[in-house]
Design a protein around this ligand. Sequence first.
Ligand code: F58
Length: 811
Amino acid sequence: MTKRSSIKKAIEHHLKFTLAHSKDKNPEAFWKATSLAINDIVVDKLTATRERQDKPGVKTVNYLSLEYLMGRLLSNNLHNLSIYQEAEKAVKDLGFELTDLCEQGADLALGNGGLGRLAACFLDSLATLDYPATGYGIHYQHGLFKQSFADGRQVETPDLWREFGSPWEVCRPESAQLIPLYGHIEHAANADGSTSSKWQPSVTLKGVPWDIPIVGYNSETVNVLRLWESRADQAFDWDLFNKGDFLNAHGKNIQAETVSKVLYPNDEHDAGKELRFIQQYFFCACSIKDIIARHQTINGVDWQAFAKDTAIQLNDTHPTIAILEFMRVLMDEYQFSYTDAWTLCREVFAYTNHTLLPEALEKWSLPLFERVLPRHLEILYIINEDFLNNEVAVKWPNDNAMRAKLSLIEEGGERKVRMAHLCVVAAHKVNGVAEIHSKLVKQDLFPEFDALYPGKLTNVTNGITPRRWLKACNPKLSALLSKHIKEDWAKDLDSLAGLEKLADDAKLQKAFMDIKLENKVALAQEIQESTGVRVNPEAIFDIQIKRLHEYKRQHLNFIHIVALYRRLLENPSLEMHPRVFIFGAKAAPGYHLAKEIIYAINKVADKINNDTRIQDKLKVVFLPNYRVSLAEKMIPAADVSEQISTAGKEASGTGNMKLALNGALTIGTLDGANIEIAEEVGDDNIFIFGNTVEQVKALKAQGYNPYTYYEQHAEIKAVLDWLDTDYFTPGKPYELSAIKHSLLDGGDPYLVLADYQSYSDAHQALDEAYRDKKRWARMAILNTALMGKFNSDRSINDYVNRIWQIKPCVK
Ligand code: F58
């Protein structure tokens, strides 16, 4: 039987027997049946992978992350199994277009932004490279909220990603874990005169795992993403029920289920809530128990083999409690001495830092810690004593200031546990996510730790999977690349450098830019459908997609747009190529200014888009509900990629890589991975502007005063003052004043005004470059050709060589 007919048969089978559907043309049922049919193939490979990996001596990396932004799975899995075309035909035989079916699937949006999407790219690369790996996370009932706009303002609604079932996941109740919480500690005297502590928890949660298969691209491996759902230990209180208290008979369940109910929607800010703390512990404890259980199934109780077989990577500080839970289990359940437990712990854990922003560095209040996890706090004290006395005091004798600075506990005011310090002390490696970021982690964030532990702090530059972010999302460009590059470029992205010598080839340039135009036509249609705005696909599509945050400076982009509008009104024949500015961004629900920025962009967009005086030279679109599946439509259609964070603030960025890979030119600051992108593509093929990290520091040191820019720069003044009028919000002056207020009275913490002129100049240069068609095509081709470094396979191999020391596991 051909692949096409066997897929068709399997779809029909699932439609009839699993879903009990007749042959009515219900696209959603067909999407599910197709997913189930493909999952049959996946499960076969999964079982074979498990058999290969579950052997003594096979080292596995366990990736602990509170977030995974997986997006949709059907198209991705078809591409990775290399059966997309066959499935396309099989589905056609059944009367459907595969692309339409794929659209039926909900995004798995179990993350906020870059950190969660990075985790998803890493899982793809680990499986592609045949590395034994398990991802651990939370099975949130609601992922990141859905965003819509009402009169330009963001409205959040819950994300119900499993409402119509989720065909890829398997529940594994046999691997459930019981997780204790709260309670108190009982101290007892031992026969040898020492004391021992026994934790008497007062609450127990049950963690039930759901496994999602992670299919490698053209590889033998299907790994697992294991997500924990919280449930009540005892499903029902029969006593209460029998006494007639029907409502409360369910009460405990409701509380227990709250733990995995919702993803916290804050991107760079730590909410400090008890439930978030419990989420972190719940997921860490489930995962640590699972890792140990698996080790024991394979090795028996041979702890000697544990560090040889196990690496645990902490994706930021959110899973830090795993360190304390591991210590607790070793000491209290396996009677390890503190020293032996600590030695093992330090061999196993490593930590990735994703931010320097002080507000995002997690600290948990000591009273909260003590209430929820009294035994863990006790162990933390022991670690801290050991660290301060045997490491800090040895390196810096009698230096109380240094002790206070490095301690795992912050004193003065409310006492807090510094999670990042615990990570750095416990981990054998700590990495930043781009060269500049890792340098700043060493220089500015943890200089003392770098002195104390030479070589521990390192860099692994982020990457993206070329499977999802080129092969699957941009099929036309992919086909063109495959015509010119004989290697499997989706695995070996460096091979795209073969295009470099063809960058001036007129035929290639035409084909490349024709594809870009086709992708822009498709996006224009999407824009019209979702916003009603008509845009000209011949215009420059200038895209900024990322979470909304002051440091990412969507408001710099916004102010420049208002300035362009003003220039056009003053001089309608101004020479500029028509431009469409397109935004996609969610704001954390509690982040007031971020929401005001969204509102201002929408209001200004409304005015500009309906102003006939400017002859369609300028359009502004804010696409609602930015998410992975929308990114897959926007990125292939971008001419320009806005990467305009204040230098030193964006740890790496990964959208910058995706856009450049699809032939967009970056306008960006020397921040995060932009710097490495510039190194790869060369200064002629990127538009760099703005103050550098050093200049930002100098400006701040000399007492940065935004008012001087406001007073001395006529355009800045005119634009900011314009926002105070009711021009964009008829009858309601000052509706858009929040931005001006934060830039002037708020001190412009992210130096928007200081970078404005340089940004505006870079846009001018960009506009001129675009009008030279050959030059632009050459630059775009070179961007695609020279992104090889940013393949997440390279990142994973860096982790393997520098941190994990694991090996591919194949037949
Ligand atoms: C992002 N962090 C960085 N955090 O901002 C970005 O520069 C980097 O490229 C990316 O990580 C991957 O390394 C980020 O996305 C979060 O979303 C956290 C979620 C949980 C609360 C704190 C922020």
